[in-house]
Design a protein around this ligand. Structure first.
Ligand SMILES: [Zn+2]
Length: 436
């Protein structure tokens, strides 16, 4: 069975009709998901809703808990948190294929970022209501709409009498917004896999096939405290830190011109980013500061390595300190701390990428381009751990992570159709004869 075969027009029409018929249920389910405030550590009620839906499709649902995955804490993207995984499972369910066609996995996160200042919203962020053809609320487009669509894609196939020839699996996860280690990383390390993976994150029907890597670092410079009236008796740590700050800006200016990956330059003018995020120094205006600290977030392109970037940053800091007798004796300290995200990239010619793009173009009549996402996306865990081609492909992003998030219902329906046709195209299918 060759993947990405064309779906016959008659079969495609049957699925389209089925999506129309189930639309109310689809929207109702997406609304129910939005009504659950599934921020970090409160994902379970959303997973319960998903479990019910999967069981209604006659699927057996398996739980994967991060604390039961051996060795996960040794993984370099694992983030130690003071949270229990006891009531925070990831879910896995599979509809077995009718033959031995290629397998496909739909993955989606049920967690959302907090709503922020509720008064800034023009509607209740967890109302989950539909107004003017829009499903309103936190998570509507990132990515409860996607989770609803991937499940109702199977509902539509069943209703249309379409049997897939390869396995279709569903993996809904926690913690994506917080690095993904307790969610998709745990799932992948527990053996969740398929011949290809589609994640319906809000990509605007483009295919995201790469993401950059992210590292946080901290530079601490020591000074010597003194009374402000006797500044010459002290060493000002802020003054010593500033040349380092400028050297890092200089490094970034250079990297903007030397590091290029066109997948990322669809987003920004530059492939890589540096954010000098915090700067602290001194405690009192009448004292010479004896310590100054800066913290920064720096990204690296898929063709770079984190180790290489670290060396470059450390060398930049060392060079900036050269020629300063105080800093020679009191070298700046560099720490790499907190979350570290690896980069990933798959070939734009991967059959699963071509499949989703073809579905978007032929069935939805939408343009679809391969892009790289400047940040962490869960597809990297499949790509990096098992070499499985994984692509993000989903609806538009409407005020995600901001106020007044929503998703047009029409896009929810389009995505459901697109995912159903992607599964048919990828896994192969047969139409069961009408019983009438
Ligand atoms: Zn998301």
């Amino acid at each position: 069975m060759e993947p990405h075969e064309r779906v016959a027009a008659a079969a495609s029409e049957r699925v389209e009709d089925a999506v129309d018929q189930i639309s109310d249920d689809l929207v109702g389910f997406a609304s129910d998901l939005v009504r659950v405030r599934s921020v970090l550590n409160h994902e379970e009620p959303a997973q319960e809703l998903v479990r019910e839906r999967l069981e209604a499709l006659d699927l057996e649902v398996e739980e994967i808990r991060a604390d039961e995955v051996p060795g996960i804490e040794d993984h370099d993207e694992y983030v130690e948190r003071d949270l229990s995984y006891e009531d925070r499972p990831n879910l896995l369910a599979t509809r077995e294929g009718a033959d031995d066609g290629p397998s496909l996995l739909f993955n989606g996160h049920v967690d959302v970022v907090p709503e922020g200042d509720r008064d800034a919203w023009s509607f209740d962020p967890f109302a989950g209501t539909v107004e003017d053809g829009r499903l309103l609320g936190r998570g509507a487009s990132d990515m409860k709409g996607g989770v609803a669509a991937m499940i109702y894609a199977l509902e539509a196939l069943d209703r249309a009498g379409i049997e897939l020839l390869g396995d279709l699996s569903f993996n809904t996860v926690i913690e994506e917004e917080y690095g993904g280690s307790g969610g998709t990383l745990a799932s992948v390390l527990a053996g969740v896999d398929a011949d290809a993976v589609v994640i319906p994150e809000p990509t605007g029907f483009d295919s995201w096939i790469a993401n950059d890597g992210v590292s946080y670092f901290r530079v601490t410079v020591e000074g010597k405290g003194a009374h402000a009236a006797e500044t010459d008796a002290g060493v000002n740590a802020i003054s010593k830190l500033l040349p380092i700050y400028h050297a890092l800006e200089g490094l970034h200016d250079e990297r903007k011109t030397t590091v290029h990956d066109e997948l990322f330059e669809e987003w920004h003018e530059h492939t890589v980013s540096l954010n000098l995020g915090t700067l602290r120094g001194g405690e009192w205006v009448s004292s010479v500061p004896d310590e100054a600290v800066l913290e920064a977030r720096i990204s690296h392109a898929p063709e770079e390595t984190r180790e290489g970037l670290r060396e470059t940053v450390e060398r930049t800091v060392e060079r900036a300190a050269e020629g300063d007798p105080w800093l020679q004796e009191h070298p700046p300290e560099i720490e790499w701390f907190g979350w570290r995200g690896r980069s990933a990239k798959i070939d734009p010619d991967e059959p699963i990428v071509r499949t989703v793009e073809a579905v978007a173009e032929t069935t939805l009549d939408r343009e679809s381009h391969a892009k790289g996402f400047p940040g962490g996306i869960d597809s990297r865990f499949f790509v990096n751990e098992t070499g499985t081609p994984a692509v993000c492909f989903g609806p538009g992003a409407y005020n995600i992570h901001g106020t007044d998030e929503y998703l047009p219902v029409a896009e929810l329906e389009e995505l459901t159709l697109a995912l159903a046709l992607t599964a048919m195209s990828w896994c192969g299918y047969r139409v069961t004869p009408d019983e009438s």
